[in-house]
Design a protein around this ligand. Structure first.
Ligand code: GTP
Ligand code: MG
Length: 201
C-alpha cells in the first residue's frame, strides 16, 4: 500500500472528542521516547507530521492523522514518564486508558518496544492489561538501526521467550527503524490487509 495522502485532523485529551465516523484506526502506544511519533512520520513519509523530540514526554494528546482519506493513524502520549510528577502521570494514564477502552474505531493497537532493552515490567504489565481487556494489539520493536544483526535477533528471541511465560499465543510482531525505514512495507501491508477484511464485511 502506498500512502498518497496524510493530514493532521485533531488533537485532544478527551476520547469523546475524537473524530466521528466509521473509519478504522491504528494507534501507537509505548513508553515515552520509544519512537511512536517518529514511526508515524516514517510510515507516512512526512517528516514533520507528528511532533517528535529527544526528550521524553513530547506527545501529550491523542492525535488523529487521516490517511488516504479513509483510515487513521493515531499518535498517543507515552506511558511511564516520571518527571512530569505523579499527577501528570495519572492524567496521561487516564487519557490512554479511556481511549483504548472506549474508542470503538480502534482496530489495532501497536505496542512499541525499544529493541535494545531487556523486557521491562512496565511494558509486560501494560500488555497483560490489554489482554485482560480483550484489546487487539501487535508489537513493533523500534530503533533496530541501533543494533547489529546478531544482537537484534537475540533480543527479540529473548523478548518473545519472556512473553511466552504469560501468553499462550504471541501477538504478531514487527521490527522498525525510523532512521532507515526498516519495517515500513510490512507494517503498511499488515494495516492494508486488516482494512481489506473490514471492507469485505
Ligand atoms: P513521546 O511522545 O515523548 O512519548 O515519545 P515518542 O515515543 O513519540 O518518541 P519520538 O518519536 O519523539 O522519538 C524519541 C527520540 O528517539 C527522538 O530523538 C527520535 O529521533 C529517536 N528515534 C525514534 N525512532 C528512532 C529510530 O528508529 N532510530 C533511531 N536511531 N532513533 C529514533
Ligand atoms: Mg510522541
Amino acid at each position: 500500500m502506498e500512502i498518497t495522502n496524510a493530514e493532521f485532523i485533531i488533537s485532544n485529551t478527551d476520547v469523546k472528542k475524537c473524530p466521528e465516523g466509521v473509519f478504522p484506526e491504528y494507534a501507537f502506544i509505548g513508553r515515552s521516547n520509544v519512537g511512536k511519533s517518529s514511526l508515524i512520520n516514517m510510515l507516512t513519509g512526512r517528516k514533520g507530521l507528528a511532533m517528535t523530540s529527544s526528550t521524553p514526554g513530547k506527545t501529550l494528546l491523542i492525535n488523529h492523522f487521516l490517511i488516504n482519506r479513509n483510515w487513521y493513524l493515531v499518535d498517543l502520549p507515552g506511558y511511564g514518564y516520571a518527571r512530569r510528577g505523579q499527577k501528570g502521570k495519572e492524567q496521561i494514564r487516564t487519557i490512554i486508558e479511556d481511549y483504548i477502552l472506549e474508542r470503538e474505531q480502534m482496530t489495532n493497537l501497536f505496542v512499541l518496544i525499544d529493541s535494545r532493552l531487556a523486557p521491562q515490567p512496565i511494558d509486560l504489565e501494560f500488555m497483560e492489561w490489554l489482554g485482560e481487556n480483550g484489546i487487539p494489539f501487535s508489537i513493533i520493536f523500534t530503533k533496530v538501526d541501533k543494533l547489529k544483526g546478531g544482537r537484534l535477533k537475540m533480543n527479540i528471541n529473548a523478548y518473545l521467550q519472556e512473553m511466552k511465560k504469560q501468553w499462550e499465543e504471541l501477538p504478531p510482531h514487527f521490527i522498525s527503524s525510523s532512521e532507515n525505514r526498516t519495517g515500513r512495507t510490512e507494517i503498511l501491508n499488515y494495516i492494508e490487509n486488516i482494512n481489506k477484511e473490514l471492507n469485505a464485511k
